[in-house]
Write a protein that binds this ligand. Structure first.
Ligand code: OKP
Ligand code: ZN
Length: 343
């Protein structure tokens, strides 16, 4: 299996996030992809290639042009105003009762375009985010060219990013951009399976009113974990999209005994949908030792997961999302990919 990765992605680094009221080093560190690359090499998964370059066309079919322009220019604008700070972060938001107005000042715009305090913008963020998108689009092109599977080692991740919103370490939605690119390459139906511990609220919102892209997600009950305000079972889609959104929230501390039936239910829904292609939002934060998550999957369960996904027999693009137990992240990621290939 080919992996797409760019050195540019490491330019987004040393980020801080708000956790339990404190500004702390982000769990979403550049070493995450280092360790995955190491495991890919040690276990001989296949070649790692730099992505091709893309213009913004494919991204602007998923994201709002003003939002993309904002992301691209935010650091320079912030840095000119606050030269002694290391990252741009909002402090106020258009919450209930306010108007949905995009203000002029950079701090107002940061709040307008943010869901939370876990997606700061630094020098290098845009370059990394863009390289991450290029990994997604290069992977999509490989599948269109006839490969059975591909791994887009995206970082920063993407599944919390909405059409005009960042949050949860995410800026542009790599998986959604790939899914839309399949549609624009002639695929009629695209399925997304999001196995990250956190609900993929951004991906869901992008395709919520559409029947051509099925979104399925297994994640921690949002009543008890991030992103809290989306990801409930009764969110089934709207308009044409009604019936094309499947959320399978699980209780905190869920084990494989809880997880496997949910996975099989998602795979069954995908099989009925008969998509041309599958995009997997591959988060590994369901791992038992993940520092910010509560599920109890061990390393061998990721092999099972890959095998189960392979049983669909679909061309499959894996897009990297979360996973913060850095030491185990390489093993767990390659377990899924190897499990998929073994089947
Ligand atoms: C991004 B991805 C809860 C802290 C949650 C933000 C988590 C972002 C996850 N106590 N912090 O889906 O892995
Ligand atoms: Zn996650």
């Amino acid at each position: 299996m080919i992996t797409f990765f760019s050195d540019q992605q490491a330019l987004h680094r040393d980020v801080k996030e708000v956790l339990s009221g404190e500004l702390v080093p982000s769990f979403e560190v550049a070493q995450r992809t280092d360790i995955v690359l190491k495991a890919i090499e040690t276990r001989g998964l296949g070649p790692v290639m730099a992505p091709a370059q893309f213009d913004t066309d494919a991204v602007l079919t998923v994201h709002d042009p003003d939002y993309v322009a904002f992301l691209r220019g935010a650091w320079d604008e912030w840095h000119a105003l606050f030269p002694d700070t290391t990252q741009a972060m909002p402090y106020c938001f258009p919450a209930r009762g306010f108007r949905s107005i995009c203000p002029a000042h950079i701090e107002g715009r940061l709040g307008y375009y943010s869901a939370d305090l876990t997606a700061a913008i630094m020098a290098g963020t845009w370059e990394a985010v863009w390289a991450s998108v290029e990994c997604a689009l290069s992977g999509q092109q490989q599948i269109i060219a006839g490969e059975k599977s591909v791994f887009s080692l995206c970082r920063p991740p993407g599944h919390h990013a909405g059409r005009d919103q960042m949050g949860g370490y995410c800026y542009l939605n790599n998986a959604a951009i790939a899914a839309q690119a399949y549609r624009d390459s002639g695929c009629l139906r695209v399925a997304i399976l999001d196995v990250d511990y956190h609900h993929g609220n951004g991906t869901q919102s992008i395709f919520y009113d559409r029947a051509d892209v099925l979104f399925t997600s297994i994640h921690a009950d949002p009543a008890w974990d991030y992103p809290h305000y989306l990801g409930y079972q009764d969110e089934i889609g709207v308009g044409d999209g009604k019936g094309y959104n499947l959320n399978l929230p699980l209780r905190l501390n869920s084990t494989w005994a809880d997880y496997e039936p949910a996975l099989l239910a998602a795979l069954e829904r995908i099989a009925v949908f008969q998509p041309d292609v599958l995009v997997v939002s591959l988060g590994l934060d369901s791992y038992e030792h993940d520092p910010i998550s509560s599920f109890k999957l061990d390393a061998e369960k990721y092999t099972f997961m890959g095998q189960r996904i392979a049983e669909l027999g679909l061309p499959t693009q894996f897009v990297f999302e979360g996973g913060y137990a850095v030491d185990a992240l390489g093993t767990n990621t390659v377990n899924v990919l190897e499990g998929f290939q073994q089947y």
